[in-house]
Write a protein that binds this ligand. Structure first.
Ligand code: GLN
Length: 309
């Protein structure tokens, strides 16, 4: 199915950003106090296409906390490091539950439903802490390389804030430990998880960093094969079924793209063989997904005919 995109995307993106200003629902995440400080009216939209063009409108130079979008980066490294055996410790099924839910974890004997919810990403963090002598720098240098920007860093205030208010995530980690599904020291695993959630990036950096997922695993700029084609397909499949938590079904229905959100208000959506959309607006809907971000991506996908289905 052809994509009906104009050569110059800027006027369309401006329009969409403007229209999103009429979306007033949503509330900035406050369960991590440092995130509650972020101005709610930031709004940004970027499209990076595989031909190397990056079109941006709004606050695209302002770095923000990528939060759960980091689950993609952690997963990439873990897939590369441990291969098939990863899938004995984490499933690939949608959870149908909020991102930080604990209920299924006991029924399913400490095996998280998928790597895109908190329990799954904490499990992935265990793999990284156990297999890398410096798991944080492994993630940071990979992300900097992917977007070709040394500006990506970690907001230590968000990192500390999350550690101080991380009782729910600690409960997930200790429950998995009790079932023998966490190998390393739980506090070290949690520290890695909170740290990677506190990575800060702009929408442009995010869009560029994930272009390989739209390009069969190959970075369109450097030509480097970042993951195998099959691993890129697998990550996109997980994003399609689980990337928007318990709103993933609705997102597939109304937008039809693999996507990942974070409670910092960012959303990335992968358009296979075309490019990446990255949106940011801090107020979240009741599922923890950016309200304006969803509206902008839906609008763009519908206007350009981007659904993969
Ligand atoms: N750091 C957040 C948490 O663990 C990530 C959740 C998210 O972005 N959905 O609660």
């Amino acid at each position: 199915q052809p994509i009906h995109a104009p050569d110059n995307l800027k006027p369309l993106l401006q329009d969409i950003l403007q229209q999103a200003q009429s979306v007033h629902d949503g509330k900035v995440a406050d369960y991590i106090p440092a995130l509650a400080q972020v101005k709610p009216d930031y709004c940004a939209l970027t499209v990076a296409t595989l031909d190397g063009r990056v079109t941006s409108v709004g606050d695209t130079d302002t770095p923000f906390s990528i939060q759960s979008i980091s689950k993609i980066f952690g997963l990439m490294l873990a897939m590369e490091r441990v291969g098939e055996s990863l899938w004995e410790r984490v499933q690939m099924e949608p959870s149908g539950q909020p991102f930080n839910s604990i209920v299924q974890l006991e029924w399913e004997r400490g095996i998280p439903r998928n790597p895109m919810i908190n329990a799954g990403a904490i499990l992935v963090s265990d793999v990284l802490v156990s297999h890398y002598s410096a798991s944080k720098s492994a993630v940071l240098s990979m992300v900097r390389g992917l977007c070709n920007s040394g500006n990506v860093c970690v907001d230590s205030q968000v990192h500390d804030s999350e550690r101080e208010h991380g009782a729910r995530n600690a409960a997930l980690a200790y429950l998995m430990k009790s079932f023998g599904n966490i190998e390393a020291d739980v506090e070290e695993v949690l520290d890695h998880y909170f740290w990677q959630c506190a990575l800060t990036m702009t929408t442009e950096e995010l869009a560029r960093s994930l272009a390989f997922l739209a390009n069969r695993g190959k970075c369109p700029h450097s030509g480097q094969q970042i993951t195998s084609h099959r691993d890129a397909q697998r990550i996109n499949a997980l994003l399609s079924t689980s990337g928007m938590y318990d709103q993933s079904g609705q997102f597939a229905f109304t937008v039809g793209l693999p996507a990942k959100s974070g409670v910092g208000g960012g959303i990335v959506a992968i358009v296979p063989d075309y490019g990446v959309i990255a949106a940011w607006s801090p107020p979240l809907n009741s599922f923890g997904n950016s309200a304006k971000g969803m509206a902008m991506i839906r609008n763009l996908a519908n206007q350009l005919g981007l659904s993969v289905y």
